[in-house]
Design a protein around this ligand. Structure first.
Ligand SMILES: Nc1nc2c(c(=O)[nH]1)N(C=O)[C@@H](CNc1ccc(C(=O)N[C@@H](CCC(=O)O)C(=O)O)cc1)CN2
Ligand SMILES: Nc1ncnc2c1ncn2[C@@H]1O[C@H](COP(=O)(O)OP(=O)(O)OP(=O)(O)O)[C@@H](O)[C@H]1O
Length: 191
């Protein structure tokens, strides 16, 4: 499919841009994105469950934001891979709780951590566009998860440099409610 080839090409470019942003901005960007994330998420009720991710490679590190949210009495969760073509599950996780190795180099909460449906999801991504569509690794994990749980408010978490003008769209792609970056929150462009 032409779209898939285009997405694959975009993934290669996006990977390089993200690596560059991570090298240049790294921890500082994660601190700045934390400030913007806190402002955005402060409208959610205390006790709301916020699912983040344990960063891999050059992904913008959401752990500073997650720890700050936990101190403000939000509950945290992390994704768990349940199978190749399956949606993600989420298990409660707190700062310092153990993690175990999952597929694709992920670290995830162990099987005895309670399963939950998060209110808010922070999603890693390779690239995002002005309508807040995201490009991931291509496993479709986040799309499948959001199709099943339409109540989850999903936000991308990424370097501002990961913006691209347009990501080719497939019918199953799910837009984010916004993208939290070190330069501010990007909201979907009004048509
Ligand atoms: N941190 C993180 N957790 C996540 C994801 C993610 O993208 N990032 N996922 C998103 O769906 C799910 C796991 N699925 C994944 C699917 C593919 C790859 C992947 O292809 N990774 C690269 C290597 C990354 C690197 O080392 O830079 C690869 O194997 O080429 C990673 C995670 C849930 N948890
Ligand atoms: N709701 C869904 N039901 C079944 N399959 C789906 C669904 N959403 C996506 N997929 C499958 O997942 C595959 C990859 O989708 P896509 O290229 O959009 O992944 P991605 O968003 O880049 O990756 P990820 O979400 O894992 O970060 C598609 O080929 C599609 O068949």
């Amino acid at each position: 499919m032409i779209q898939e080839t285009e997405k694959q090409q975009l993934r290669l470019e996006a990977k390089q841009i993200r690596a560059g942003a991570s090298k240049m901005l790294g921890f500082k960007a994660s601190e700045q994105a934390t400030t913007h994330g806190l402002t955005l998420l402060s409208s959610f009720e205390k006790g709301a469950i916020i699912a983040g991710y344990w960063p891999i490679g050059d992904e913008l590190d959401p752990r500073f934001l997650l720890h700050t949210l936990e101190r403000r009495n939000f509950k945290l969760a992390l994704p768990v891979i349940t199978g190749k073509d399956k949606p993600l599950a989420f298990r409660l996780w707190g700062n310092g709780d153990p993690l175990e190795k999952g597929p694709f180099g992920t670290l995830q909460p162990p099987g005895d951590a309670p399963l939950v449906t998060p209110h808010v999801l922070l999603a890693p991504l390779l690239a995002f566009d002005a309508d807040c569509y995201r490009l991931g690794w291509g496993g479709g994990f986040y799309d499948r998860t959001l199709a099943l749980n339409t109540s989850i408010k999903a936000f991308g978490f990424a370097y501002a440099a990961q913006y691209v003008e347009h990501i080719p769209r497939s019918s199953y792609d799910w837009p984010m409610q916004g993208i939290i970056t070190e330069a501010g929150v990007v909201l979907p462009k009004v048509q």
